[in-house]
Every structure is written in C-alpha cells, then in structure tokens.
Ligand binder design. Sequence first.
Ligand code: F0G
Length: 463
Amino acid sequence: MQFKTIIEPFRIKTVEPIRHTTRAQREAALQQAGYNLFLIKAEDVLIDLLTDSGTGAMSSNQWAGMMRGDESYAGAKSFYRFEQAVREITGFKHVIPTHQGRAAERILFGSILKPGDMVLNNTHFDTTRANVEYRQGRAIDIPIPEAHQPGLVHPFKGNMDLDALAHHLDNHWEYVAMVMMTVTNNSGGGQPASMANIRAASEICHRYGVPFFLDACRFAENAWFIKTREEGYGDKTPLEIAQEMFSYADGCTMSAKKDGMANIGGFLALNNDEWAEKAKTMLVITEGFPTYGGLAGYDLEAIAVGLHEALDEDYLRYRTRSVAYLGDILTAHGVPIVQPPGGHAIYLDAREMLPHIPPLEYPAWALSLVLYLEGGVRSVEIGSVMFGLHADGSEAPAAMELVRLAFPRRVYTQSHVDYLAEVILYVYGMRQQIRGLRIVQQPAALRHFTAVLQPAYGALLAV
Ligand code: F0G
C-alpha cells in the first residue's frame, strides 16, 4: 500500500519554545520598532518566516559532525571532508570556504571585475548586485518575461531569457565578465531554472568564451523541480541532477545557510587556476586561511553533512510539499500569490490584494505588518521599501509588491502551516481596511533594514 500523506521525514529530539503574545503587545512592539519588522525582537515573534537563511534545524548527524570538528589552523581534517563533499556534488577543482554567500561573491567579483564590466544573471539577489556594483560593475537581470507576471503558472519561471543573453553577447561580449544563473531564482519567487535552460545558457556563454557560474544557494530545491517537472529526469537522483547542473558551469558561489543546511557558512568553487589564486589571496586578507575561510572546523563539518542531507528525496518531497500545501490553501481561497509556489517560500502579491494602496504608501510593507499584528507572523517585504530608493536619492515604485513567507528548513510542522493559512485568510478577509504608511526616517542605502515608518492615516487599519 502506498499511503499518500507526505510526512515530516524526521522526529524531534530538541525543542525550542515559541511565545504567544497578545495583540496589544504586538501593537506596542510595532510602534516601538518604528513599524519595521527587522527591528522587532525575535522573542516577540510566534512564527518567524523572515528568511530561510541560517534558520534551519540541524540533524543529529550534523551535530555529531560538529563534535568531530578539527580546529587546526591549517590543513584540518574538517576542511578535507568539506572539500570532498563540495567536490562530489559540484565537480569543481578549487573549493574555497567563506563565512557566508556574500563573502564568496565579494571575493569572486573583487578578483575579476574591472570598472564598467557587466554581469548578466536571471535575477541578481540583492547582495550579488551590491557586490557587482561595489566594484563599479553593471549588474543586468535577464529573466524570461513570464517571471514578471506573478499569477502566471510556468514550470520554470526562473529560466534566463536566452535571446537577451545572445543579444548582449553579440553586441558587447568583451564587456561581459561573466554570466550567472541563480538557482532557484530567489528575487523572482523561488522559481527554478530547467536543465535545458542551464545547458543552453552555458553553451551560449562558452561560444563567446564568457565564464558561466551558478549562484547555487538553493541548488537542491532546483534539482528537485527538475526531477519532478522536466522530461527525462524523473528516474534520476537529486544528486545526479545536481551534478549535471554543475557540470555546465565554470564555478559557483554558495550560501551554505540555505541548501547547506547549516546556520553559517558558504563557499566559492571554480575551475580556473588563475582566478582561484587571486580569490585565495583576497580570502587570506579578509576571511582567513584557505582551509577554513572564516569558519570554525565544526562549521565545515556541519556543511559537509548538510549538503548531502539537502539532496535526500524524502526531505525534498516534504520541503517542497509543505510550501505548496500553503500555496494550495491560499489559491483555493483566491489569495493572490506568485504562481506556482516556489521552493523555499510563498510570495503574496500585495499589489493585486491591496489595489487601494498606492505603491509609495508601501502595500506589501503594510500587509507584512498586519500579518504580524494579527497573528504574530513575521515575513519580509520585497517591494518599494526594499527596492524603491535609488542611489541618486530618487524614489520610484518597485516592479512588484510582494510579501515573502520563507520557510526555515526542518523547523515548522504542518500545524504551524495550518495556523499560518488561518492568519493569512483572516487578514485577506480584512484587506479593505489595511492602510498605507510613510517613511519618517531612512538611511541612504538598503533602507528596509533600519527605516522608521508611520501609518499614513493615523492607524494601520481603518475602523
Ligand atoms: N544569493 C541568493 C540567491 C540568496 O538568496 C542569498 C541570501 C545570497 C546570495 C547571499 O547569501 O546571506 O549567505 O550572504 N539570501 C537570504 C534571504 C539572506 O533571506 O533570501 P548570504
């Protein structure tokens, strides 16, 4: 008998209490935090979906690995175990540990970019873009057009626009320092890229002698979508699929806080000897010696084990199902979300849900605050507060107004998700009462982290 219920493929050995607060307490917490969820204390949050980065639960095998951590400064056993795990999955020659993903990005771009160079990506994650621009490079996004239509269902909405890629390379290949494919495409809704698209992008790049890299943060979730959605991959293991994905690339940057199943860590892996040499020089100056790269030996052990756990079929089935389960409930009740549900998160479409709030009164920000006020749920706005302020100080609406509910790995169970669905449906029912906000104080860049806001019309909710 094949039973149909997909269960959490683990049992729980350590628990961390979460705390209920009253609505009045949350109202006061919001006021005190300047209506900014980044400034709320985690202990005042009931279900924390701010990010899936570094927030997962580690397995008993990972904790056992940590006890085995070799803290030697140079040549530690833990480094070689880590290197072997990364090499088995990616096949890359040089494996350079870093303290997290953005350090790998900084070291890579710091080693190879010249001012004016271009980097093309299906969609740059914000730290990736910032690291390109910090080197005075130009970060250009070329997702397929379907990526900009939240309600449209497409199996591989994370694909790169291959015509746009060929066009850029035809016209100015000499300025294109590298092309990156972000798997899955986080800023575009956690959507996967297909193997066919990865292979074709790689071929186009190599025709022009341009290196092709993966931003591999969620490589295992991407591999699972290829297995379940792409013709010809159903019988392959996630490991085999991941190996094929990496075989088309010349290197990757990785945040092990995602599909490394660790609380901290990352790496840069690549084949080019000259680039690796430059990257290691920079690594020694800012991160640490090449066999630890800013991590403890025990972190390297946790990642070595975690990378393989992320490729476990039962885990990936449960992981993607728990996100889709929420997506299905919301869709059945007409709540607009980015379709189809992504690998690590559900993205609510606030522009569609709250048409009465103009973009520069921040509808997605308002929605995320009301989810916290009513249900103690913390999410993150990906909209005009995050992306609306430009380097010259001008302000313009972002392309989309989304609220991301990111699922930490192996942390919440189905009843948490049921609760979440209840909160979202309740808030959806009162959507016409939700009012916009204005910014009263903000820094010059990355304003969402520290900006102070106020309800534009006295209160978050009209009575
Ligand atoms: N690339 C992608 C696609 C990411 O999602 C992230 C992080 C990074 C690079 C940077 O990695 O945080 O280890 O330095 N994303 C987190 C998030 C922060 O919430 O989506 P990092």
